[in-house]
Design a protein around this ligand. Structure first.
Ligand code: KIV
Ligand code: ZN
Length: 389
């Protein structure tokens, strides 16, 4: 792994599956995991094995079929969780146990009714126990986003000593601002003894719409793993969207951050996950939404028809979308109408276009979108139709 490489930890099958009503069965998890492996994700978090017999079976089945990625199972800092996760992961070529505990004052006081010292003891014991089963142990400091940095550094130091190979710094509640989250990662990089032995990981939630920005800021400040989900699905407002962080790093090479993701697979994977989970990305969703490469206003359409780059910063083929769409609405101009008419077989002169355009606008004002068969209707009922035959 080069110093610029950011590992992509996909948690679609675990945090993503926590969306109410989006439960996946084992067969579905296996289908998605196979595609994630081909996509080139570095780690697949396949589930939370102790949570149910079904999830145990899914983690086990995913472990059997994944060829390249590390397969990971989530646990709490509880011995039985860890033992069960190790059992579910036993067929994985590269198994990882993901264990952890809440570290913010709020979690320590209200969830655990405990104190900082006792939390560190539990964290260390969990990592040591996980280490007795697998070499690769990731520790999460739940609610790290709201955890005091000095205490967080102490926790990180102790779990590294116990053998943690990855330190997950979750902004569990999606509270942090990007500069705050970036500064937290920088603080840990600079203040945790032994940090060179571990990878810092960003795990950001989207409650304020900042999950992607926070993850990128974390990577800029030294994190080398990002935890994310396809389409940004996940608990509450969701997790960091895999397709967004990957394309940000690709489109901004000066950041010196790269991934192993085969980006032309992104669109199909987004559709696959939507179909299995039964929830679809909103049309304006970055990268994979239905309108991400659709142009509807006349000014934009004229530009895109002349040169795609006038209004597109990503080549749609780079994310697996066949081509940009020129959508015809009452806001479209002559250039778009001529372009779409040509696509369905009518080469219009400037004068013919002037005539048809008037008819088109009347039609478009009455309809949300003008489709190919509507173009035929408009042209066939136009006064210039005979000239085209
Ligand atoms: O958001 C979170 O803190 C989590 C942990 C369990 C890693 O999902
Ligand atoms: Zn989470």
């Amino acid at each position: 792994m080069s110093n610029t490489n950011v590992q992509i930890f996909d948690t679609t099958l675990r945090d993503g599956e926590q969306v109410p009503g989006c439960k996946l069965n084992t067969e579905q998890k296996v289908i998605i995991a196979e595609q994630l492996d081909l996509l080139g994700v570095d780690i697949i978090e396949a589930g939370f094995p102790v949570s149910s017999p079904g999830d145990f079976a899914s983690v086990e089945a995913v472990s059997k079929i994944v060829k390249n990625a590390t397969v990971c199972g989530l646990t709490r800092s509880v011995e039985n969780d860890i033992k069960v996760a190790a059992e579910a992961l036993k067929y994985a070529k590269k198994p990882r146990i993901h264990t952890g505990i809440g570290t913010s004052d709020s979690h320590i006081k209200f969830k655990f009714r405990s104190n900082r010292e006792a939390i560190i003891e539990r964290a260390v014991a969990a990592v040591r126990y996980a280490k007795s089963f697998v070499e690769d142990v990731e520790f999460y400091a739940e609610d790290a986003g709201r955890t005091d940095n000095e205490f967080l550094a102490k926790v990180c130091e102790e779990v590294i000593k116990a053998g943690a190979t990855v330190l997950n710094i979750p902004d569990t509640t999606g509270y942090c601002l990007p500069q705050e989250y970036g500064a937290k990662i920088k603080f840990l990089k600079e203040n945790v003894k032994g940090i060179d032995k571990a990878i810092l990981s960003c795990h950001c939630h989207n409650d304020l719409g900042l999950a992607t920005a926070n993850s990128i800021e974390g990577a800029i400040n030294g994190a080398r793993q990002i935890e994310c989900t396809i389409n940004g699905i996940g608990e509450r407002a969701g997790n960091t969207a895999l397709e967004e962080v990957v394309m940000i790093m690709k489109q901004h090479p000066y950041l010196n951050l790269d991934t192993n993701i085969n980006t032309p697979m992104l669109y199909d994977l987004s559709q696959l996950v939507s179909d299995h989970m039964g929830i679809y990305a909103q049309p304006n969703k970055a990268i994979v939404g239905a309108n991400a490469f659709a142009h509807s206003s006349g000014i934009h359409q004229d530009g895109v028809i002349k040169n795609r780059e006038t209004y597109e910063i990503i080549d749609p083929k780079d994310v697996g979308v066949t081509e940009s769409a020129i959508v015809l609405t009452a806001r479209s101009g002559r250039a778009a109408l001529a372009y779409r008419a040509k696509n369905v077989g009518y080469e219009l002169t400037k004068l013919q276009l002037d005539v048809v355009y008037k008819d088109f606008l009347k039609f478009a004002d009455a309809k949300k979108e003008v489709l190919d068969n509507d173009i035929h209707t408009i042209i066939e009922s136009s006064s210039i139709y005979n000239e085209l035959r």
